[in-house]
Design a protein around this ligand. Structure first.
Ligand SMILES: [Zn+2]
Length: 466
């Protein structure tokens, strides 16, 4: 995961995606002789925050190490990383499983490192014979998160990644944009006979850029490994590439012949000390995490789980909703209107696409709560809002829906409905009090939605009980 700092991990260059190639570079991130790295404090704070959110133990004193290898997009010839003393270890997150329960997936470690540059193989007129190099990404701060081999199915892998990304986004430590490469994933997978005590030989699927592809790559890879073994062969420990167009993986290079990275402590950086102040700062930035927030909001707004997921899809949206709901007479009603009435009229619950603003929803909820409009009138107003692209207040002010607040007029209508439905009256008087809703509904319909709901409720109960 790329950390969302303004500048790079060890120099002052902008940490920005999409700049003109080789413009955000300096002697440090180009690895020129004599240039010395200076650690970005913000990167440490973000990595520490992410570690805490993943329930890791943060090491007070961790060590940067050089990971040596040659590649055209790595001008220094090494990456600054962490090896045997990473920033954080022994964490976990909760992941839902197929049977409706949750399981804990262990987080082995979270360590800090710097990104390499990018080789551009496509998009130039001479791409058939030339490769270009963009070094803007050199030195971008990364946190590498390694999980324990606790995941048992491609679906669990998908859920794990989804939850992990959600937590990181809530913490604001990364934009997790997979298309731009700020979140990347390597998935290791092996198969074994049911009950076998040891894991089989694993293969690693590298750099898959969407969670759906990770799931598909794992499904493919599991089948492939089973076929190899059942045909009497052996799975090779290797890195493989996922080809999304063909829906299969290809061998990239064998791990057995892979580099020895010759890790050794980075001589240009002292040990990283996470002070009590830095820990406190990271803890102070810790938001309410998505799982906890959903549980609280389900209780507070009486939401179904699926609705809680919708409202907490992003921290910004949940914040916006809750800030608005707090100002309303009934926050629960705001949730209900937002999800059902506004959400129902949109393809997805995206307020940018809605003519009705959050303030409009709050106003509508209050009018409903006070009985100043009926739910039918509300629906009619919202229909106009969506038809004409206007906010709630504008349409409400113009149309000022009529209400029947004359008790005798309502009573006459109630009498008619009661006379026409003797069976339902009998049921009500036999103890089925919920039947009152039927009569309210019938009168509301007869009044074309104009009956004052509070008064109507009161009169219906009085008539039926009398
Ligand atoms: Zn630089």
């Amino acid at each position: 995961m790329q950390l969302l700092t303004a500048t790079k991990a060890f120099c002052g260059c902008a940490n920005h995606f999409g700049s003109a190639p080789n413009t955000n570079v300096c002697p440090v991130c180009l690895g020129l002789p004599g240039a010395l790295p200076v650690l970005n404090a913000k990167a440490v704070e973000f990595a520490t925050l992410a570690s805490l959110a993943l329930n890791c133990e943060v090491r007070e004193r961790s060590i940067f190490a050089r990971k040596n290898y040659f590649y055209p997009d790595l001008p220094k010839g090494y990456q600054i990383s962490q090896f045997d003393k990473p920033l954080a270890e022994h964490g976990w997150i909760e992941v839902p499983t197929a049977d409706g329960t949750t399981k804990r997936v262990g987080i082995t470690r979270l360590h800090m490192e710097e990104d390499a540059g990018k080789s551009l193989h496509d998009g130039f007129s001479d791409s058939a014979t030339q490769t270009y190099v963009d070094l803007n990404r050199c030195g971008t701060p990364l946190a590498e998160i390694v999980s324990e081999p606790d995941i048992r199915t491609p679906d669990e892998a998908f859920e794990y990644l989804t939850r992990l990304k959600e937590i990181l986004l809530y913490c604001g430590v990364s934009d997790c944009n997979m298309e731009e490469g700020s979140l990347r994933c390597d998935a290791n997978v092996s198969v074994r006979l049911k009950g076998a005590p040891k894991f089989g030989t694993k293969a690693e699927v590298k750099n898959v850029n969407s969670f759906r592809f990770v799931r598909a790559a794992l499904e493919y890879e599991i089948e492939r490994q089973i076929e190899v073994i059942e045909a009497g062969g052996r799975v090779t420990q290797e890195s493989r590439l996922w080809n999304a167009n063909e829906g299969r993986t290809y061998s990239m290079r064998s791990k057995e012949q892979a580099h020895d990275y010759r890790y050794f402590p980075e001589p240009d950086l002292p040990p990283l000390l996470v002070s009590a102040e830095l820990m406190a700062a990271a803890k102070g930035r810790m938001p309410e995490l998505p799982e906890a927030r959903r549980a609280r909001m389900m209780a507070e707004y009486e939401l179904m789980e699926q609705d809680a997921f919708t409202l907490t899809a992003t921290r910004e949206f949940a914040d916006r909703f809750e800030a608005a709901a707090k100002t309303a007479k009934s926050p629960r009603r705001v949730a209900n209107l937002l999800l059902n009435e506004v959400g129902g009229r949109l393809k997805a619950l995206d307020l940018e696409q809605s003519p009705v603003s959050m303030a409009g929803i709050v106003e509508a909820a209050d009018l409903l709560e006070e009985g100043k409009i009926s739910s039918k009138q509300l629906k009619q107003i919202l229909d106009v809002c969506f038809e004409k692209g206007e906010d709630f207040a504008a349409v409400y002010e113009r149309e000022r829906p009529q209400q029947i607040t004359d008790a005798s007029a309502l009573e006459a209508m109630i009498d008619e409905v009661i006379a026409a439905n003797p069976k339902q009256v009998e049921q009500y008087r036999g103890g089925k009090k919920t039947m009152a809703g039927f009569f309210v509904g019938q009168v509301m319909k007869a009044s074309k939605g104009q009956a004052n709901p509070g008064l109507l409720n009161e009169l219906v109960t009085r008539k039926l009980d009398g």
